[in-house]
Write a protein of this length. Structure first.
Length: 285
């Protein structure tokens, strides 16, 4: 008991000592861990700084390289531009001017061509008009025929035979047209002259204008004396001249005409083929 009583302080001391030892160990361990953690953080910070420095250096180097590359490109561009041939902006401007001049010349040519075409058309129209005027004012002195038709004066080389028209026959032709078609339209007067000339050409009728007009029982104004009394008016003269110059209101195979309301003999109307009607006259072949 004495022993226990004497040594009862030992246990508390041992406990305290054990606690101290454990605390020291924990403190040491905690210090080491903190030191290791701090060391790791310092290492990472150092590495990060080194990386940042490296990145900054890399960026600086790239910028320097870019500036250098830009400088090199600029220098190369200048060198390339200086090495170009003499064809520069001045040459391009000259080509543009030449192009504009060429366009202006083409436009001028087109205008001149259009003007020349218009003048040629006007000239042709004048010639045609002159021929038309001559056709109604100037009768031809000679007629040209083929076996089937009366030719225009321009086609005389195609004729198989010709016929010379005397002044007496011209006047006689004007009188028969006036006597037969005084009240008829101009086209009807030309058609009457066409019938006389068609008979002149045909082998089935007399071979002169006088004989055609005076053939027995063919033209009523000859039989009743009216043809002798009439004086050809302007329309009759123009119609005859036009017919002699080749104007045709009826075909070349038209040989008859009559007024269905005035004719006493309608044999032609019953026996011949109708061609057309102009005014009061009906024409047959």
């Amino acid at each position: 008991m004495n022993i226990i009583s004497k040594n009862r302080w030992v246990a508390p001391m041992l406990s305290v000592l054990l606690v101290c030892i454990v605390g020291v160990n924990v403190v040491q361990a905690t210090g080491k861990w903190n030191e290791a953690s701090d060391s790791k953080q310092m290492t990472e910070l150092a590495a990060s700084g080194q990386n940042n420095q490296t990145s900054t250096q890399e960026e600086r180097r790239m910028m320097e390289d870019g500036t250098s590359l830009s400088s090199n490109l600029s220098a190369q561009t200048v060198a390339w531009t200086e090495s170009l041939p003499a064809k520069n902006w001045l040459t391009t401007a000259q080509e543009e001017q030449e192009l504009q001049e060429a366009k202006a010349k083409n436009k001028a040519r087109a205008v001149a061509a259009a003007k020349a075409k218009k003048e040629a058309a006007l000239k042709l129209a004048k010639v045609k008009r002159a021929k038309e005027v001559a056709a109604v004012t100037t009768p031809p002195q000679k007629l040209y025929f083929t076996r089937t038709k009366l030719l225009n004066q321009e086609d005389s080389k195609l004729a198989t035979w010709s016929y010379s028209v005397s002044d007496k026959e011209l006047h006689l032709l004007q009188k028969i047209v006036m006597a037969e078609a005084e009240g008829e339209p101009y086209e009807g007067k030309v058609a009457v002259a066409n019938v006389v000339l068609n008979r002149l050409r045909s082998a089935n009728f007399p071979d002169t204008i006088y004989k055609v007009i005076h053939q027995k029982s063919q033209f009523s104004p000859v039989a009743n004396g009216r043809m002798k009394r009439v004086v050809p008016n302007e329309d009759s003269i123009k119609a005859v001249n036009a017919a002699l110059n080749g104007k045709k209101e009826v075909a070349d195979d038209t040989y008859y005409f009559l007024s269905l309301t005035l004719a006493d003999d309608l044999t032609v109307a019953r026996s011949q083929k109708k061609v057309k009607t102009i005014g009061h006259h009906t024409f047959y072949k």
